[in-house]
Design a protein. Structure first.
Length: 839
């Protein structure tokens, strides 16, 4: 404790000596963080709003400093970036920006410093304040040179909502004196912690997926400026030291030219080492962290000819925490992050020539790669699902990928891409490296241990019909904005309205209609109806809304139909007869009423926060539907009969009798339980279903392996994330709205389900050779092949719908969201023929 107290008193009285002892001249008119906040940096966690106020104070006090607001978070926190450069550069900042985008080299170099994407890794944002202060206040010759030669974009907090969750936690549990004991509540946040954003998503995976406003605002800013350098400051385990790049050699992304990894990273590392050596801090490089996935803050810029840099500081997680050596102070962690920040600035000026070469070579290499590729373009589009197609285009445009309308109908390998309903992405374009990342499923990797996903092909996440074009092609107009769907106006009907549910927004429409008191029915058999005198086919699952047998009158119904069509962007058709041209008629017993789903999801310790967050986000943001999130601690108090759907995402659930019996009897009396990933192991072990797991058997006589190889050997057995093909029964309600039985799914877990003994109950099954892209260990591929992907298990009056995988992965799997939503909306309607008429 003595050493810790000494440390604190030292920084309380002499912050300049602790953080920047070498500074010679300081402008006294610039407020220090300590003066502004009223406490020394490192003795308290600074609230987000105070960080922003401080930045605005620097903007006022310094002519080097301009704060720009770039948007706001889900929690209504304003996101800012400080633009820091000399007064002269500020005078022509927009000119510099434009010239930078054109590739000019006779202008200051643009770099970006970024902090705190994981909210509970707080040292970096405190360091951001000191860095900002230093750049605003230092009059030293070196600082003046930096400001003349650089435009520094400084984003103090990448994840403001998560940052504040953790900040409040650390401050509210802070003791005086500080409590270093690792088991103290200050060092152990309650579920779900501050790492993630409002919806419990990891924003340090979202740079590629752009699901959240935080990332979208930031990416827009990124492409507005295109910095050469981007940093991403993190924290890791308390007993670790400090990490900077280069990362693990075998985990470099193979589509990015190797010059970045082989030359630029090692050169920058010399500067980081020097910065940390100056305060005697320990560090490591090369042993960990991958550069494969384009969605990290430390990798996104690599796909645009820059260098992304990852920093990881051992976390004090709180103000002071014991380690295997001396207790780690918050101030110490902040100082290392600050040293790394200044080292980045110093390296950017020192290695300007190398950075210019990196960018120039990157884009020329991209073009020669594109010219050499046998693939000349990708054509894509789901003509019956404009919402999904447009969301995909939106993502491509976000990455500044050039997209065109197809100039003529393209037919390849049995697929037809109609002119007017499909799009084309030529490979010969500036951002070819990003085109590869979005479309290729099998980028070769050199390692089998993955920190995260081993493939991220967006075209598969969207289950988007696409084809590689190897010959010549004709492109139409360039798509500059996300296409907006034009809907034919709905005419008033005296008989019924029909909706084809192929569109992604169909469930949004169902829920909106139900909240307007409209009774919605769904067709278990397909039919064709006359719409405006033309025969139109309605596949399985199409919605039927009769005008009679409604609780509201025909005018109110028409208003509900009209407004829902406009809000959800789905076509709604009027028909004047129930007698169909083909298939069943509108009064058929196969047209069944959709019950309004009342959904509950148990959450809390043991439950995957990511998977729960993905369900919450999907229902909130895409469907506009509430979901009750109930902490397992309160589960015993909940009256389950008020809900008809229960979602259990992956996790370790309590196996006590009261919890198990409560869920079991609720299912028996008619509830629909949806289980994802490891929650299937729970329902099987607790005897809620009769289905079985495929065992992960241990090898009887294992080969002897050296201790040192254990990490890599065991790592290679995990499924970091790969894409597989399943065959989906599209006549089952879970398959409603799918046009093709072959669907891509994302697997990143090791729950393997045996196909059901009942012929109809394996709703989706892995194909015999299911791997589409990514890495999987050879023993696991045998378990995946022909296993069940989605199972239906009737139990009493209710049922369990089991998803082996996560259909909502990272808010991006538009292609499998529909199966999950079908389970939620239509699950209770599934019944085998002997139950017909018992609904
Ligand atoms: Zn982190």
């Amino acid at each position: 404790m003595i050493s810790a107290l000494l440390g604190i008193s030292l920084i309380s009285f002499a912050q300049p000596d602790y953080f920047y002892p070498a500074a010679k001249q300081i402008n006294k008119n610039i407020p220090t963080p300590e003066e502004f906040l009223g406490y020394p940096i490192g003795t308290h966690h600074t609230r987000y709003d105070k960080i922003i106020e401080y930045f605005k104070a620097l903007d006022k006090a310094s002519d080097r400093f301009v704060v720009e607001e770039i948007g706001s978070t889900i929690g209504h926190r304003v996101q800012v970036v400080a633009k820091i450069t000399s007064l002269a550069n500020h005078g022509r900042l927009d000119e510099i920006r434009k010239k930078n985008l054109e590739g000019a080299t006779d202008i200051p170099l643009v770099i970006q410093l970024g902090y705190n994407v994981h909210g509970n890794e707080p040292s970096s944002s405190e360091a951001a304040m000191i860095t900002a202060y230093y750049l605003a206040a230092s009059e030293d010759e070196e600082t003046i040179k930096w400001l003349n030669e650089l435009v520094i974009l400084l984003d103090p907090v990448y994840n403001p909502d998560g940052r504040d969750r953790h900040t409040h936690w650390a401050n509210m549990h802070k003791g005086s004196p500080f409590v270093a004991d690792a088991v103290d509540r200050e060092h152990n946040e309650a579920w779900p912690g501050g790492r993630t954003n409002h919806y419990w998503f990891d924003l340090n995976r979202d740079w590629f997926l752009g699901v959240h406003p935080e990332s979208r605002n930031r990416m827009k800013f990124f492409h507005h400026w295109r910095p050469y350098v981007m940093t991403d400051h993190h924290e890791m385990g308390t007993n670790s030291s400090f990490y900077f790049d280069p990362g693990k050699y075998t985990s470099n992304n193979p589509v990015v030219p190797a010059y970045l990894y082989d030359v630029v990273h090692p050169k920058f590392a010399e500067y980081f080492a020097q910065g940390l050596n100056s305060v005697g801090s320990l560090y490591f490089t090369k042993e960990a962290y991958d550069k494969l996935y384009p969605g990290y803050g430390s990798s996104y810029v690599n796909f645009y000819g820059g260098i992304g840099i990852l920093f990881e500081q051992a976390s004090s997680r709180g103000h002071l925490q014991e380690t295997t050596t001396i207790p780690l102070t918050f101030a110490f962690t902040i100082r290392n992050q600050f040293k790394a920040s200044l080292a980045t600035v110093r390296a950017s000026v020192g290695e300007k020539v190398m950075l210019r070469k990196l960018r120039k070579d990157f884009f020329s290499s991209a073009l020669s790669q594109a010219k050499a590729s046998p693939i000349k373009a990708y054509v894509f589009g789901e003509s019956k699902d404009a919402t999904r197609t447009n969301a995909f285009i939106n993502l491509l445009l976000m990455h500044q990928i050039e997209v065109y309308e197809t100039g003529q109908t393209v037919t390849t390998a049995g697929n037809t891409f109609e002119k007017g309903k499909s799009y084309i992405v030529p490979t010969e374009q500036t951002n070819y490296i990003m085109v590869r990342s979005a479309f290729e499923k099998d980028i070769t990797y050199r390692d089998s241990t993955f920190y995260d996903a081993s493939t991220w092909s967006l075209v598969h996440a969207f289950n988007m019909p696409y084809a590689e074009v190897k010959g010549s092609f004709t492109k139409g107009n360039q798509v500059k904005e996300t296409p907006v769907r034009t809907l034919s106006p709905v005419t008033k009907s005296n008989y019924a309205y029909l909706i084809d549910i192929t569109d992604y927004n169909a469930h949004k429409a169902i829920y909106a209609l139900q909240t307007k008191d409209v009774i919605v029915r769904t067709g278990f058999k397909p039919f064709s109806s006359l719409v405006n005198g033309v025969e139109k086919s309605f596949p399985h699952g199409s919605l039927v809304i009769p005008v009679q047998q409604q609780r509201i009158n025909a005018d109110e119904l028409f208003e509900a139909i009209r407004s829902t069509s406009a809000m959800a962007g789905v076509e709604i058709y009027s028909v004047e007869t129930g007698l169909n041209a083909k298939g069943v008629d509108l009064g058929s017993g196969s047209i069944r009423t959709v019950k309004e789903a009342k959904v509950l999801m148990p959450i809390g310790v043991g439950v995957s926060g990511y998977e729960a967050g993905e369900v919450w986000h999907l229902l909130d943001q895409r469907i506009g539907m509430p979901i009750s999130k109930v902490d397992l601690l309160n589960f015993s108090r909940v009256n389950l009969s008020e809900y008809n759907v229960l979602v259990m995402v992956g996790g370790n659930y309590p196996a006590d009798k009261p919890t198990t019996e409560k869920i079991k009897s609720w299912v028996q009396s008619g509830g629909t339980l949806i289980t994802l990933k490891s929650a299937n192991e729970w329902v099987i072990k607790q005897g809620l279903v009769k289905e079985k797991l495929i065992p992960i058997d241990t090898i009887k006589n294992p080969k002897r392996v050296d201790f040192e190889l254990a990490g890599d050997t065991e790592g290679a057995k995990q499924i970091g994330g790969a894409i597989f093909q399943v065959d989906l029964d599209i006549t089952n309600p879970i398959g409603f709205g799918y046009t093709d039985r072959k669907v891509s799914v994302y697997r990143n877990g090791r729950t393997f389900l045996q196909p059901s003994k009942t012929a109809y109950n394996t709703i989706a099954q892995y194909t015999p050779t299911p791997l589409i892209g990514g890495y999987i260990h050879k023993t696991d591929i045998k378990r995946v092949a022909n296993s069940a992907a989605v199972l239906y298990s009737p139990e009493g009056q209710g049922r369990v719908i089991m998803f082996a995988d996560n259909p909502n992965f990272r808010g991006t799997w538009y292609g499998t969201n529909k199966m999950f939503l079908n389970a939620l909306f239509f699950g209770s309607l599934i019944s085998l023929p002997n139950n017909f008429g018992e609904e």
